[in-house]
Every structure is written in C-alpha cells, then in structure tokens.
Design a protein around this ligand. Sequence first.
Ligand SMILES: C[S@@+](CC[C@H](N)C(=O)[O-])C[C@H]1O[C@@H](n2cnc3c(N)ncnc32)[C@H](O)[C@@H]1O
Length: 214
Amino acid sequence: MFDDVGKNYDLTNTVLSFGQDRRWRRRTRERLNLRPGERVLDLAAGTAVSTVELAKSGAWCVACDFSPGMLAAGAHRPVPKVVGDGMRLPFADNTFDAVTISYGLRNIHDFRAGLREMARVTRPGGRLTVNEFSTPVVPVFGTVYKEYLMRLLPAVARVVSSNPEAYEYLADSIRAWPDQEALAREINANGWQGCGWQNLTLGIVAMHSAIKPG
Ligand SMILES: C[S@@+](CC[C@H](N)C(=O)[O-])C[C@H]1O[C@@H](n2cnc3c(N)ncnc32)[C@H](O)[C@@H]1O
C-alpha cells in the first residue's frame, strides 16, 4: 500500500491537514531538542520529509522505512535513507541519541514490538518522540473531526492521492488507535519511561515523549 502512495504523498498530506503538517514537523524538532553531532533515527520516515526538518538542527538524521517506494519518492532529499522494518531494525543496540516516529507507529503491525525495537537501538538516557493522530480534546470539535475523517477525507483523497483506498484505511486506523493516556501507558510498558504528551491542533495529533531508562 505505501509503495503506491509515494507519488503525491507530500501534497496529499498538506491538503488533508490544511497545511498543519509543516507546523507539526517543526514542533517535533523543537521538542526533541537535538544538538549538532547527535545521532537520530526517523523511523517510518516515508518520503523523508520529516527527516529533513530534523536535520535542520545539525544532528545526523537517518530516514528508515520499510517501503522502498516511499523512500524513492523522497530521493531528492539530502539525508541518508535505509530500508528497514520497525519490528526488526537494521541497527546495533544503543546506536542513537534520539528516535522518532511520525504517523508510523499506528501502521507497524505489532506496534508494541516496534516500541521495544526503538528502545533497543537507543542509548540509555536517549529520547523518544512519537507523533500520532489522537483523540480531540474538545467534544464539539471531536464530532466535526469524526465527520471529516469518515466523509470528507476519503473524498478529498480521491482527487489528490495516487492511491485513494489507502486513505480509507487511514481514517479507520485513526479511529481504532488508543487515546493519549492509553498510548502513554503502552510506551511506558514497552521499553521507555516517564512518558508524557502534548496535544497539537486540539488533540488531532498528540506528541508523546519518553526516555530510555539508563
Ligand atoms: C503515514 S507515513 C508517515 C511518513 C513520514 N513519517 C511523515 O511524517 O510524512 C507512514 C510510513 O510508515 C511506514 N511503515 C509502516 N509499517 C512500517 C514498518 N513495519 N517498518 C517501517 N516502516 C513502516 C510506511 O511505509 C509509511 O512510509
């Protein structure tokens, strides 16, 4: 599925998020507080659009994704790219100072195994940031958003995306995903500690952060 959405992926994202995707990427870079020379894994990096934003910090950032089609769609972006499965990463233990995943954890077949694998490749004391669609925190807005997910999003995707069916999957998978508190518990139970979160755009997206126990 992801191999087929690479073409037009970045444009579709920007249209469907009403341009919020850029701000969400910038907030992730600021939250990770990266320093020049640090080693950073951007897992499920897709077209590496998230990775180039992280690299603005001066840290060494590598994009990893299991879809060669998505990575190929970002071939023009000047960051190292590695094909790899989030449940079995091609990196040694304790390699990275920070690991991040944006809109990818929900897609990993066994996301708990993905969290543990991210912890394995992070050094003790290293940081994790997970960006994922979440549960809106304002009830009325939550109802409007649910309608958007079920009706408007698949319709818009039919116009702009190279694989509109993928966006029906997107809407279904967002509705089935744990809310902010439940995801924090999962992160703490799978290799990380001290998980907290910040809501972005009224909780459409939640940015969870945790530390690998040292
Ligand atoms: C919605 S895209 C997010 C891309 C990028 N992080 C962004 O912010 O635009 C989700 C990505 O997760 C990747 N993915 C899904 N399961 C994966 C797995 N098990 N291992 C690595 N990548 C995976 C897909 O190939 C896809 O590129």
